[in-house]
Design a protein around this ligand. Structure first.
Ligand code: FAD
Length: 366
């Protein structure tokens, strides 16, 4: 079989490229996907009770990248959704990220914004060289808040002490000296009106796009002729693990449908210190679906299973650097996406990356 372009992986990275190739270049493209569905980790579906769930954990679209927002808006309308997260600490539900209300609820105070700033400054520890996630948290909020909110949550999430994890893990959680309790501050936020899977289906509704599901690309790649292979699968698998297996943190998702209309106060509630799970999502609070029952999902982080989060430790980064040397030598293979580049990408960032790759690697016909 001959295709000018072959794409491994039908996640957002692969689908964005396929859409551009098919619609802008009017070229045929083959997508090979090992799962039985498109969308990668943004895949959502209706469960047996007819409730729309996110099969690989809650996904909330948010971005400051107007071009990406407009690009995806070609394939979906958006529900005007602003995400909120609560954290269960000492019997209280407090807003995340840390805001004035969080501090007031945690310590039973009634401080204003500037008083909270002073409160945090007095507790923040002076750390000369911030090297780990523990250092980040201590230098931002001090020991007590670190222990209440970050320490055990991070241990559960990563199976490691925050002192062993690099700064990227905790630095993503901002501290806000105001009363804005939205989880994300980005300009564009929303949920696809009919879900992510429908949005993905719309992206590839072009007869130039052929897709093979339930197929590991290794089974058929030798039978294909192509000019460019866009690879969004795991890099270590591509190279038959020659430098070793890259580590990921995985999650077991436990879904429960309850015979009641509502379960919790916010779409997501974090449990840093209680229970084995890290958080509970209630899907109806994300999708605004009207249904007399409700489905929730508990997340149990674990080491084995689907690769979700690249491990941000020195050893893993060093191993990936060896693979990167090999990747640079490839002439007709382009690596992109969270697995191939071994880095955490939000949805908007992975779409941006795919649009940029398209701009660099694919030429429009004269
Ligand atoms: C629990 C969780 C929650 C998240 N929440 C958010 C959020 O709220 N907001 C946000 O912006 N982002 C979120 N993300 C990130 C988001 O999921 C990613 O940005 C996005 O899915 C990355 O797309 P991708 O195409 O790079 O990877 P994937 O979606 O992983 O797609 C890669 C595809 O390649 C396929 N594949 C792998 N190996 C092979 C093979 N050998 N042969 C054929 N196919 C193969 C896989 O099956 C997969 O479908 C979250 C991620 C996780 C894990």
């Amino acid at each position: 079989m001959k295709f000018k372009y072959v794409i491994v992986g039908a996640g957002l990275a692969g689908l964005t490229l396929a859409e551009r190739i098919a619609n802008v270049l009017n070229e045929k493209v083959l997508i090979i996907e090992k799962r039985g569905h498109i969308g990668g980790n943004v895949y959502d579906s209706y469960n047996e009770d007819g409730i729309l769930i996110h099969n690989y954990g809650p996904h909330i679209f948010h971005t400051n990248d107007r071009e990406v927002y407009l690009y995806l808006s070609n394939f979906t309308k958006w529900n005007d959704f602003w995400h909120r997260v609560l954290t269960y600490v000492d019997g209280n539900l407090v807003p995340m990220p840390i805001t004035v209300e969080t501090i007031n609820k945690l310590y039973n105070l009634n401080l204003d914004c500037s008083q909270v700033e002073k409160f945090l400054q007095e507790r923040a520890e002076q750390i000369d060289e911030v090297k780990t996630s523990r250092d980040v948290a201590l230098s931002k909020v001090g020991k007590d808040i670190y222990e209440k909110i970050f320490e055990t949550y991070t241990k559960k999430q990563w199976g490691l002490d925050p002192g062993e994890l690099d700064t990227s893990v905790i630095s993503r959680i901002p501290v806000r000296l105001n009363r804005d309790t939205r989880y994300f501050a980005d300009k564009y936020q929303g949920m696809p009106g009919h879900g992510y899977t429908r949005m993905c289906e719309n992206m590839i509704a072009n007869k130039n796009i052929k897709i093979m599901l339930n197929t590991n690309y290794k089974e058929i790649i030798d039978q294909l002729h192509y000019e460019t292979l866009f690879y969004t699968g795991p890099t270590d698998e591509f190279y038959d693990y020659k430098h070793g297996k890259l580590s990921y943190r995985s999650i077991q998702f436990q879904f429960e449908t309850l015979d009641k209309n509502e379960f919790q106060e916010a779409p997501v509630v974090n449990y840093p210190n209680d229970y084995d799970y890290t958080r509970i999502t209630e899907f109806k609070k994300l999708t605004w679906q009207d249904h007399k029952k409700t489905t929730i999902c508990k997340e149990f982080p674990c080491s084995d299973g689907e690769p979700y989060y690249p491990f941000p430790t020195k050893d893993c980064k060093a191993m990936f650097a060896l693979y990167e040397e090999d990747m640079k030598k490839e002439k007709n293979v382009v690596f992109l996406g969270r697995l191939a580049e071994y880095r955490y990408y939000n949805m908007d960032a992975v779409v941006r990356r795919a649009l940029d790759v398209f701009g660099c690697r694919c030429q429009a016909p004269n």
